[in-house]
Design a protein around this ligand. Structure first.
Ligand code: ZN
Length: 333
């Protein structure tokens, strides 16, 4: 039987690699600025622009500076930002997470007023607002870090609704509690936000790649770890079940986090469900490239673009990356 493919010497793959124009013409995957989401960290104060040491180029920003940073990204073509709030005060009910004048709620209002075209997404979790740094409710006195699932759902739903009330275009629950997407969807619908989409961190793995993020978001758990709610890195079938659950509960977009070490998960999620799929190019994926580039060991631009392209190739439609503004600039050059 003859092969359906060309054979050497009549077929020579190198023919289509001879010029940049030819290579671009036959490129199977592309990076586009329209797919980028820039995560930003917002803090209290004015004119605050505090460098995150472990993430060169990333800052904790007060709301006025956040608006400036977002405007700069928007001018470069970045369509969306994802907000993480860092409150001054934390407690055991995460009350700052759902306060109508909380840090994220005020940031959303100012951002939407200044930049109505910008898509403002909000991370929905409790860890930045909890004294203990866990993503949900812990029984008083419990030092084992056992997060109580069902009592947490109500607080997450309140948080998401308060973001929507402030004007957020999309909410993104990252807590990994069971049933949170349904709780949030029901609450949003009840409060008149049936049109606000949910992007769920559907397959979020407990990962060493979050190290630098915890400096940025000041959300490291004071005791225990997150392994009783975030997924085990060993599991792929379970990731598909997590995604299936979130879709059944009303997720409009699904996310895999981290991205680089989980390209197989991205691929399976996209192939299996065909839903809009986001890849979170997490802090250490970003910082490893930065650190090596600062040492002169790698070409930052080449490695960043190649890394993001790999996520696209795996099946990601949306790329959440701290390098979004840089990438937008590079795509113009
Ligand atoms: Zn959290």
């Amino acid at each position: 039987m003859s092969s359906p493919f060309g054979q050497f010497p009549s077929y020579r793959p190198r023919r289509l690699r001879q010029s940049p124009a030819l290579r671009r013409l036959v490129a199977e995957t592309r990076l586009s600025v329209e797919q980028l989401v820039l995560p930003l960290f917002v803090v209290e104060g004015k004119k605050v622009r505090r460098a995150v040491k472990s993430m060169p180029g990333v800052f904790q920003l007060s709301i006025d500076e956040l608006v400036k940073e977002s405007a700069r990204a928007r001018e470069l073509g970045v369509p969306a930002v994802l907000l993480f709030g860092i409150p001054d005060k934390k407690d055991l009910r995460a009350s700052g997470a759902y306060a109508s004048k909380g840090i994220v709620q005020r940031a959303v209002r100012d951002l939407k007023r200044a930049l109505p075209e910008l898509l403002v997404m909000t991370d929905v979790c409790l860890c930045e607002y909890m004294e203990h740094g866990h993503c949900g409710v812990i029984e008083r006195g419990d030092k084992t870090g056992r997060v109580r699932n069902d009592p947490t759902l109500e607080l997450l739903a309140r948080t998401a609704a308060s973001h929507a009330a402030a004007g957020a275009d999309m909410v993104a629950p990252s807590d990994m509690m069971d049933g949170r997407v349904r709780a949030i969807r029901e609450r949003l619908d009840k409060d008149g936000f049936a049109d606000i989409p949910i992007m769920s961190y559907a397959a979020k793995f407990a990962s060493g790649y979050y190290g630098p993020f915890r400096d940025a978001a000041e959300s490291a758990p004071q005791f225990g770890d997150r392994r009783s709610y975030q997924m085990d890195a060993a599991n792929t079938n379970e990731a598909l079940r997590e995604v299936a659950l979130d879709i059944a509960e009303g997720a409009d977009l699904v996310m895999v986090k981290p991205a680089l070490a989980y390209l197989d998960i991205i691929h399976r999620v996209k192939t299996e469900f065909g839903y809009p799929t986001a890849a979170y190019n997490v802090s250490a994926e970003y910082s490893m490239i930065k650190a090596a580039a600062l040492n002169g060991w790698i070409d930052e631009r080449a490695v960043t673009m190649e890394t993001l392209l790999a996520m696209r190739r795996a099946g990601a439609d949306i790329l959440i990356t701290y390098a979004a503004a840089d990438v937008a600039q590079w795509l113009r050059e």
